[in-house]
Design a protein around this ligand. Structure first.
Ligand SMILES: [Zn+2]
Ligand SMILES: [Zn+2]
Ligand SMILES: [Zn+2]
Length: 112
């Protein structure tokens, strides 16, 4: 495995590439807080869709705490298995807006 992390530029999931605040919290003319208005974000080339926000980058109208609004998370190195606590959804059982404590919202945990 190369130790150098390679980054790729992808469309911002939170604003869907528009660069504008999708929910108009301040104003619909505000820049997107995830990509700073660029419409694209830099992510680890080895990434996987964020299950907690279903890859949208948003939970309700807030940026997802697991991926920070990017919609993807760096892949977990090595073999993984589905988190038994959230059954891979990444959601807390009592409140879907919160991330699962067991896998920190990733839906998967390193295989033991
Ligand atoms: Zn954006
Ligand atoms: Zn997310
Ligand atoms: Zn979990």
């Amino acid at each position: 495995m190369a130790s150098n992390t390679i980054f790729v530029e992808i469309k911002c999931s939170f604003c869907n590439g528009t660069g504008k605040d999708p929910y108009g919290i301040m104003s619909y003319l505000s820049t997107c807080c995830v990509c700073n208005g660029k419409g694209t974000i830099r992510v680890n080339a080895d990434h996987t869709p964020c299950v907690h926000c279903r890859g949208t980058g948003a939970i309700k109208t807030l940026t997802c705490t697991v991926c920070g609004g990017k919609g993807v998370i760096p892949s977990i190195a090595g073999p993984t298995e589905v988190c038994v606590k959230c059954k891979g959804t990444g959601d807390d059982a009592s409140n879907w807006a919160l991330d699962c404590l067991e896998c920190r919202g990733k839906g998967r945990v390193p295989k033991t």
